[in-house]
Design a protein around this ligand. Structure first.
Ligand SMILES: [Zn+2]
Length: 98
């Protein structure tokens, strides 16, 4: 899966679907926080913005993607019916390849 597409869907979901999810009680401030952090981590991944070359290192974007994705996994996996669904299998593939 194209990583840029995952990033695009994450940003579009944040800007178009999250407000609705918050008002319907499907998401909370914690969800917003981790979604924004996931967008930052995914941006680092796509643009190869790194502090060291070790993928398993705790400073890697893959590490951060894993942390933030796992905190809001249930929410992300429930976005199939959203205007901009989050392609979570692509995110899981990045985490598994770590
Ligand atoms: Zn490192």
């Amino acid at each position: 899966m194209d990583e840029l597409y995952i990033l695009e869907q994450l940003i579009k979901h944040k800007e178009n679907d999250l407000h609705d999810s918050l008002s319907r009680g499907l998401a909370n401030e914690n969800t917003s926080y981790h979604l924004v952090e996931l967008i930052i981590s995914m941006s680092r991944y796509v643009n190869d913005i790194r502090y060291c070359s070790k993928i398993k290192c705790s400073c890697s974007p893959e590490h951060d993607i894993s942390i933030h994705y796992n905190r809001i996994k249930e929410y992300i996996q429930s976005t199939k019916g959203a205007l901009f669904p989050i392609p979570y299998r692509g995110i899981e593939k990045i985490i598994e390849e770590r």
